[in-house]
Design a protein around this ligand. Structure first.
Ligand code: DWN
Length: 415
């Protein structure tokens, strides 16, 4: 199903003509877990519609929720609760230090630095850093851990302040943030302003091709305004005097992540060329690629609900693992209320004791799986399935089994 997106214009190129190809109805803010005692009827829901820009190929949602509401008032995502992400981030940092020959006279700036999970690796190596993240609790934790962090939104205003202080960044990292920024062009303009002449920009985000090919519709939520391809990133970069130099692929991270390396020099690696050409050849850069997606999403939603209802009908109990943002989209768009999925477990202590957005399952410590022994666990954080199953061997030994929702709902048992 596609259709013109009313008066909306593209967040990247500003052109009209957006074509909506998926509507997920109205959903609550995916990271806004509810505090016990809050007025549940006051919980806000917003339209979640996804569109394609035929001018610059940028995939994006149409509704813009104020960034303060999402990332300042009640943002509970802390990056350091995933060992796999911490390993990935450390490898990223150590490689940049070696390849860019970073040292005490260098400067690394990270946009959306969260709790310092990545920058701490540079600090340990004696490389000066500046973290930037508007989430006050995450910025506080980072500063407490010795990672200098500004609790601010990044853009041209902050970039100009730093440049005026004589600061230019040899490396700018922007991981899982270029999907989140309503002022995409102001952020990229700020990056271009702050980047030293021979510097490199390293951007990571889930890859829109993996989202479509693997039906990862649960990764669509209001924090994720934008869904990137190499083509959309390349066109965004050019608009700000930067060039897409290289692309690296991490198919297991967050359901498929790409790392885009940008710079000021007109050079392009074979990998970057291959990705760009493949996107053209596969049709990823045209609307037709997205037109069948809604039907595939509907099938997963239907099959997952039918599976959970069958298990419950057989008298089985079902819980879930990962109070993830994607989990909120999945529970709400599939209609998995507490009569079907009783509770959710999560290692993030800031989420424990709260209720899932919209469906209001209580969030408990992962030990509840052994204590309460649900027959099945729906893995909402399926992108960390291996890490979670390795961690939950005691639960598996007790006969517990896992339900993985995408790309097709299925029951799996720990190896
Ligand atoms: O862009 C974003 C992505 C990258 O991360 C953010 N806007 C929000 C967040 O999305 P998410 O919440 O869907 O991401 P995760 O990292 O897949 O969420 C995993 C959840 O599972 C977290 O709440 C932490 C938790 N977890 C756990 O309890 N035990 C994770 C692991 C690996 C574990 O072992």
């Amino acid at each position: 199903m596609t259709g013109p997106a009313a008066e909306s214009t593209c967040r990247s190129c500003g052109e009209p003509g957006l074509a909506t190809f998926l509507s997920l109805g109205k959903t609550p803010l995916a990271d806004a877990l509810v505090s016990v005692g809050d007025d549940l009827d006051a919980e806000e829901h917003f339209p979640l519609d996804v569109a394609f820009c035929p001018t610059c190929t940028q995939v994006q949602i149409l509704e813009e929720v104020p960034a303060e509401k999402m990332f300042v008032d009640n943002y509970l995502y802390f990056s350091s609760f995933s060992d796999e992400l911490l390993r990935h981030s450390r490898e990223n940092a150590l490689r940049l230090i070696a390849e860019r020959r970073l040292g005490p006279d260098s400067l690394v700036v990270e946009v959306a630095s969260n709790d310092g999970y990545l920058l701490r690796n540079f600090v340990e190596a004696g490389v000066p850093v500046i973290g930037v993240d508007p989430a006050p609790d995450q910025a506080r934790v980072a500063n407490e851990n010795g990672v200098p962090t500004l609790a601010r939104f990044f853009g041209t205003e902050l970039a100009a302040e730093l440049v005026a202080e004589g600061r230019r960044a040899d490396v700018i990292v922007a991981n899982n943030v270029m999907a989140h920024v309503p002022e995409l062009n102001d952020v990229m303009a700020g990056v271009a302003l702050l980047l030293a002449d021979g510097g490199v920009v390293s951007i990571e985000n889930p890859y829109v091709r993996d989202l479509v090919d693997h039906v990862e519709f649960d990764t669509i939520y209001h924090e994720h305004l934008l869904y990137h391809s190499c083509t959309s990133i390349e066109r965004l970069a050019r608009r700000h005097g930067l060039v897409l130099n290289h692309v690296e692929n991490f198919p297991r991270l967050h359901g498929g992540t790409l790392r885009w390396l940008l710079g000021r020099t007109e050079k392009r690696s074979a990998a970057a060329t291959a990705f760009l050409e493949s996107e053209q050849a596969s049709g990823l850069t045209s609307l037709a690629y997205y037109e069948g997606f809604a039907a595939r999403v509907e099938r997963v939603r239907r099959d997952l609900r039918a599976l959970i209802e069958r298990l419950r009908g057989e008298g089985a109990t079902v819980a879930a693992y990962g109070a993830a943002a994607k989990g909120a989209t999945l529970l709400n768009t599939v209609g998995l209320t507490t009569d079907l999925v009783e509770f959710v477990v999560d290692r993030n202590t800031h989420k424990q004791g709260r209720l899932m957005p919209g469906t209001h399952q209580p969030v408990e410590h992962p030990s509840a799986l052994v204590d309460r022994r649900p027959d099945y666990v729906l893995v909402l954080a399926w992108n960390f399935l291996d890490e979670i199953m390795a961690q939950q061997q005691e639960y598996s030994a007790l006969g517990g089994r896992f339900v993985v929702p995408v790309p097709e709902p299925r029951i799996v048992e720990a190896p």
